[in-house]
Design a protein around this ligand. Structure first.
Ligand SMILES: [Mg+2]
Length: 222
C-alpha cells in the first residue's frame, strides 16, 4: 500500500546529531550572540528561513573554513549512519519503494557518511555546500524545504511520482518534522526528541535501529 518512503537525515539516517547546523556552529566557534539573534528573528517571523540560513552561512564563510574543517567536526562529533540504515534502504529498494530525502541538513554530512546517496535516493531535498579546488568553503544552495516547508517537498515528490500522500511514508525525529508527519500517509517518529512529533506520528519507535520501521511499511515484514 505504501510506495514512497521519505527520510529526515539528522537524528534519523544519521546518529549522534540533532541538527547539523548546530554541530558546525559549535565546531567553528561562531559568535553565539549573533547566532541566537538570527534564530530568534526567524522564530518571531521577522526573517525567512533562507535569510536565517544566509546569515549563518555568512558566519562560516567569514571563518574561512574548509572541507577538512567540516570533516574534523564530524569526526569529533562521532556522527555515524544510524544502525540498520543501509539494510533498511536496501530492503525498501528491493521491494520497489521510491526513496526520498527531505531534510534541513547540509550535504557534507551525506558526502561523508553515505557518498552514493544520490544513487540510492530518487529525490533529495537538502542544503548543498560548495568548495573550491583547494577545499575552501565558497557558497551554499540552501533548501527552502525545512521546517513547515518539508510538507511542501513531500507534496512535490508525491506529485512527481504520481502518488497520493496516503501512499507516502515519512520517518523523522524532531520538531521540524511535525508538519510533514501530519501530511504523510504513515508517519514514523524515530528516536523522537520532540513531544509534538510524538503526538502527531502514527508510529513511535524508541529503539535506535532503523530496521524497526520495515514491519510498519512492508506487508511481508509484519
Ligand atoms: Mg532530524
Amino acid at each position: 500500500m505504501y510506495k514512497l518512503v521519505c527520510f529526515d537525515v539528522d537524528g534519523t539516517l544519521v546518529d549522534n546529531i540533532a541538527y547539523s547546523w548546530e554541530l558546525f556552529h559549535n565546531a567553528f566557534e561562531v559568535d553565539m550572540t549573533k547566532r541566537k539573534a538570527a534564530k530568534e528573528k526567524f522564530y518571531a517571523g521577522k526573517i525567512t528561513y533562507s535569510e536565517w540560513a544566509d546569515h549563518d552561512i555568512g558566519m562560516w564563510l567569514s571563518k574561512g573554513v574548509t572541507r577538512k574543517d567540516f570533516e574534523k567536526a564530524m569526526e569529533k562529533g562521532q556522527i555515524k549512519l544510524m544502525d540498520g540504515a543501509l539494510e533498511t534502504i536496501q530492503e525498501l529498494k528491493s521491494n520497489g519503494m521510491k526513496l526520498a530525502i527531505i531534510s534541513g541538513t547540509v550535504s557534507v554530512i551525506l558526502d561523508y557518511l553515505l557518498p552514493d546517496y544520490k544513487e540510492l535516493f530518487d529525490d533529495h531535498y537538502l542544503s548543498q555546500l560548495f568548495f573550491d579546488e583547494d577545499g575552501k568553503f565558497t557558497k551554499a544552495n540552501v533548501t527552502e524545504y525545512d521546517m513547515a516547508m518539508k510538507a511542501d517537498a513531500l507534496k512535490l515528490v508525491a506529485k512527481k511520482h504520481n502518488l497520493k500522500l496516503s501512499e507516502c511514508v515519512f520517518i523523522g525525529d524532531h520538531h521540524n518534522d511535525v508538519m510533514i508527519a501530519k501530511e504523510a500517509g504513515l508517519s514514523i517518529a524515530f528516536d523522537p526528541k520532540d513531544e509534538e512529533l510524538k503526538r502527531v506520528a502514527d508510529v513511535i519507535i524508541e529503539n535506535k535501529d532503523l530496521r524497526q520501521v520495515l514491519k510498519h511499511i512492508l506487508p511481508l515484514h509484519q
